[in-house]
Ligand binder design. Structure first.
Ligand code: GDP
Ligand code: GDP
Length: 499
């Protein structure tokens, strides 16, 4: 270290002035339910979080990202809640190495959360193993969360600490994400580590000026206002552009679809009832539909990558075509709908051009279609019940509000988080009202927990080797949907063995 930098070392880093792109990245890891999301939320407060999906083996996992604010510290924080399913089940670790590497490679630090009240859980050891294997060099901080009740003067905090030492990741700190207790300790541990990291960045960059940014502390964005990512898909000529135009014309357009941009960089955003809607791949289908019109064209089947970027997929159908062909969906449309559901996206079906069926001689047709379409959709996509179907006329601007209502409703269900306590009360009730195919499974489901949202994913912990049969699993899925009003949402239940 040269003298110049030697002097620099003495100088504390003002994190509030550091360019966001250069801030250190901290990933929060831990088994389900230790409070990762709670800590994430506390750290970012209500600042903007970015959710990105990484497709892997047909399963989408979400990683939330935001800028953490802890005193005068700023860092990039990743909530790995979406990874935990994989992280905690040894057998499929290898398959997801790519995804894991992606998140871990981006992070220089890991906060390893455990539940102070529980002590060490077998899954904590799994997470530890996973971390050692995939990120041997990452700087780790073990934090015992939910420790607010342990400061009671007894030695419970001491024994929790002694337990946590067994992970072999150094000094554990006691925190409570929910009450904010222990945040100054977290600060105390992080500050020197992050500062050392920033000094290294300064050395690499050569000058202090490079890292400073005028707008580093930009205004905060409410989390509830995160953009909803919507894809409008459908065959050529069904009216996607027309629908999009009515949406963009009447709503506050934040960023319009601009000509001349490459497909991936196109952005179209508008605001609906205070919520930002971000249209995915707008230019992609605009381009393709213009080039490849024709009834047999399969070009409407959006690339999987683009579908994966959306949280809700609005599939537009043509009412006139339905009337003519006497079926709701062509093969290509069924393919999109199924793919959306299989990829865990929320699906809203829109039947456009209803105005063409409104003539006197058509009035029965109008009603017939309104009845037949939802039924047929249920038949071709039996795995999801209650997919919303909206009948509109984009040309006349009718039904636009209903489209947006259903899109937002679907999205909200998609983001739903049910507490473990709530779910287990539900589980006890539901277990007794079903005649179980595998009688032993009934008594062996120990507990049930939601491991992630977007879309809601659950794990049933089953004791020993008992497996829940497909039929029983289907029953659980159906009951969850009915009891929590999750119609139209592809939910997943996995099972995992516990001791
Ligand atoms: P994740 O699955 O690791 O993301 O865990 P969550 O953040 O969803 O939290 C799981 C449960 O633990 C929720 O019911 C939280 O309210 C609760 N929780 C989180 N942090 C604390 C804490 O500091 N103290 C207590 N008592 N509960 C907490
Ligand atoms: P896209 O290829 O899916 O983007 O479809 P367009 O939005 O370009 O629409 C194709 C044709 O259908 C155009 O001539 C539109 O005017 C017409 N169209 C779109 N929506 C409606 C509607 O609700 N009713 C009627 N009658 N025609 C419509």
């Amino acid at each position: 270290v040269s003298e110049k930098y030697g002097a620099f070392h003495q100088k504390p880093v003002d994190f509030t002035k550091v360019n966001k792109n250069l801030l250190p990245t901290v990933v929060i890891v831990g088994r389900p339910n230790v409070g990762k999301s709670a800590l994430f939320n506390r750290l970012i407060r209500r600042r903007e979080a970015l959710v990105y999906n990484t497709p892997e083996d047909h399963v989408t996992r979400d990683v939330r990202e935001g800028i953490a604010k802890l005193g005068d510290l700023r860092f990039r924080v990743l909530d790995s809640a979406g990874l935990e399913v994989t992280a905690c089940s040894g057998s499929i670790l290898d398959r997801t190495a790519g995804m894991t590497a992606n998140v871990l490679n981006r992070s220089q630090f890991a906060i390893f959360l455990i539940d102070a009240r529980y002590g060490l859980h077998p899954l904590d050891l799994e997470v530890g193993k996973w971390l050692r294997r995939h990120a041997p060099k990452i700087n780790r901080i073990v934090a015992m969360n939910k420790s607010e009740s342990l400061f009671d003067g007894s030695d419970s905090l001491m024994s929790a600490t002694a337990e946590a030492y067994k992970l072999g990741f150094g000094d554990p700190i006691a925190i409570s994400a929910e009450t904010g207790l222990g945040m100054q300790d977290l600060y105390g541990v992080l500050r020197p580590m992050l500062e050392e990291y920033m000094h290294q960045v300064l050395i690499d960059k050569g000058t202090e000026d490079n890292i400073l940014s005028e707008d580093a502390d930009s205004p905060e964005v409410e989390e509830s206002k995160l953009p909803l990512q919507l894809a409008i898909v459908g065959r050529p000529n069904v009216g996607k552009s027309t629908l999009l135009n009515t949406l963009l014309q009447e709503e506050r357009v934040l960023v319009g679809p601009e000509a001349g941009l490459t497909r991936d960089s196109i952005r179209a955003e508008f605001e609906f009832q205070g919520r930002t809607i971000y249209l995915v791949d707008t230019a992609g289908w605009l381009q393709r539909t213009k080039q490849e019109k024709g009834p047999a064209s399969l070009s409407i089947v959006q690339s999987r990558k683009n579908l994966m970027r959306a949280q809700v997929i609005a599939l537009v159908l043509d009412a006139e075509e339905i009337a003519k062909a006497n079926r709701s969906m062509t093969h290509a449309e069924v393919v999109i709908a199924r793919r959306a559901v299989e990829e865990g996206r929320g699906l809203v079906v829109i039947v456009n051009k209803m105005d063409l069926l409104r003539g006197k001689e058509n009035s029965t047709l109008y009603e017939k279609i309104m009845e037949a379409v939802p039924e047929e959709i249920q038949t071709v996509i039996p795995q999801v019940t209650g997919i919303p179907v909206v009948f509109i006329s984009a040309l006349e601007g009718r039904g636009r509000l209903e489209v947006m209502r259903q899109v937002i409703n679907t999205y909200e269900k998609w983001c739903l988080r049910l507490s473990t306590a709530h779910l287990n009360r539900w589980l006890r009730k539901v277990i007794s009202r079903h005649s179980w195919k595998n009688k032993t499974a009934q008594t062996k489901i120990k507990y049930f927990t939601q491991v992630k949202s977007r879309p809601p994913t659950f794990v049933a912990f089953v004791s020993g080797k008992a497996q829940i049969s497909e039929t029983d699993l289907r029953f659980l899925t159906k009951s969850l949907k009915e009891d929590f009003d999750l119609g139209g949402i592809p939910i997943r239940i996995m099972q995992r063995a516990v001791g």
